[in-house]
Each structure stands twice: as structure tokens, then as C-alpha cells.
Design a protein around this ligand. Structure first.
Ligand code: SF4
Length: 225
């Protein structure tokens, strides 16, 4: 039920606000527990909050957020239809990578968010969220290749991090091609849950204009792939 999911997610967010389980809460302005539709079919998982996310307490704002919005719009979706979370909920200082002990300390929050939302597709953004489902894989090798989990009735679909695609325009073509297959992946999971597995082609809608690609200060999450 929507009310149940909303209540569970709100309770998790409240716990995140008071969490001191790892060092990352120190010196931050806001936690970023995640945001979006509690009944989302698609859940995106990023890595950790950056400068702008820490200021607003929301995931994927600033240029990376603009690009993620562009990618969603490319396939006829918007943020109200998905949920966006992170591997760690507080900003690592200077946008450094989250350390293994910090990821482990924060894992329970993300696990519980996934359990509450029960998404059909978990779309990972960058290598740290990818590593939850594709350990030892390289994002450059497996991006855009879904793994279907028959037991969980779910797909795991790895993307480059939007910030990586912004820094390296050569990745944009792959990033956008991967996004255009996302609805196809979702349709296949829906068929799997319905006990069928037809080949379904996603229909991409008219693409919007890409966001501005000028540099942003301070830089967002570095070393993301
Ligand atoms: S990053 Fe996660 S585990 Fe660390 S303090 Fe924040 S909420 Fe707690």
C-alpha cells in the first residue's frame, strides 16, 4: 500500500537524519536519504551526495541532476515516476569516493528502501552502486547490459554515472542508448512477474534538448567510473 511504503520511507529518512554510524555525517549540511515515488517501478541508485545535494538534501540536483532529468525525459519519464537513492546518504568530504566501511555502515538504509519500494528495475548510476549487483565488473564493460533475477523478479541495469557522461562527452552516446533501452528492460520484468516473457520494444518519445554542458563550480562527484 502507498501509505505503508510512504511511512516506511519517511521513517528511514528520519533515521538517516540522526545517523552517526559512520564519519560522513560530520560537517555536512543535510543528509540525502533519497526522493521520489514510493510506488516506483524503477529505482535509481547513485553513489553519494555532492555539493548541491548536500545543500538541498535532495539527490541529483545541479548539472548531474539536469542531465538525469534530460535522460528521463528522453524516454518519456520524469522524477515523479521513479525513486532516486544513494549508496551513502551523507556527502563524502571534497566529493571523495565513499570508503568500504562507510558503504557497509549505510547499506541497511538502502536495503530497507529497496524492500519498501520493491522496484521492478534497479538502475545503478556509477561504479559504487553497480558493485552491489555486479561485483568485480567494470562499468565500461557492462553498462547497458541488464541482469534479470528470476528469484527477486527484478532486473539490475547498470549505467555510467551522469557526472561521468558530462565530464566525458564521448560517453553520452552510450549513456543515452542505454537509457533508451530502459523501458524495454522494465517491460520484460513486468512480463516476468506476469509469468510471461514476450519480446517487448520500448517506444522512445520525442527527445528534449540536452542540458547546458558548461563547467559547474564546485565540481560534482569525481572519479565515478
Ligand atoms: S552516510 Fe549513512 S551510515 Fe554514514 S552517517 Fe550518513 S546515514 Fe549514517
Amino acid at each position: 500500500m502507498l501509505q505503508d511504503r510512504t511511512a516506511v520511507l519517511a521513517a528511514i529518512a528520519e533515521e538517516v537524519r540522526g545517523c552517526t554510524a559512520c564519519r560522513l555525517y560530520q560537517g555536512t549540511n543535510n543528509p540525502v536519504p533519497g526522493a521520489g515515488n514510493p510506488q516506483a517501478d524503477i529505482m535509481f541508485i547513485g553513489e553519494g551526495p555532492g555539493f548541491h545535494e548536500d545543500r538541498l538534501g535532495l539527490p541529483f540536483v545541479g548539472r548531474s541532476g539536469d542531465y538525469l532529468n534530460y535522460l528521463l525525459n528522453l524516454i518519456g519519464l520524469n522524477r515523479d515516476e521513479v525513486f532516486i537513492g544513494n549508496v551513502v546518504k551523507h556527502r563524502p568530504p571534497e566529493n571523495r569516493d565513499p570508503s568500504p566501511d562507510e558503504i557497509i555502515a549505510c547499506k541497511g538504509f538502502l536495503d530497507r528502501q529497496i524492500e519498501a519500494i520493491d522496484p521492478l528495475v534497479i538502475a545503478t548510476l556509477g561504479r559504487f552502486s553497480m558493485a552491489r549487483y555486479f561485483p568485480d565488473a567494470r562499468i565500461s564493460s557492462i553498462h547497458g547490459q541488464p541482469r534479470y533475477d528470476a528469484e527477486a523478479q527484478r532486473a539490475y541495469y547498470p549505467f555510467f554515472h551522469p557526472a561521468a557522461a558530462l565530464r566525458n562527452p564521448g560517453l553520452r552516446k552510450d549513456m543515452e542508448a542505454d537509457f533508451r533501452r530502459l523501458l524495454d528492460v522494465l517491460a520484460k520484468v513486468k512480463a516476468m512477474r506476469a509469468g510471461d516473457a514476450p519480446e517487448v520494444q520500448a517506444e522512445a518519445k520525442t527527445p528534449p534538448s540536452p542540458p547546458d554542458d558548461k563547467p559547474e563550480e564546485p565540481p560534482q562527484q569525481l572519479k565515478l567510473f
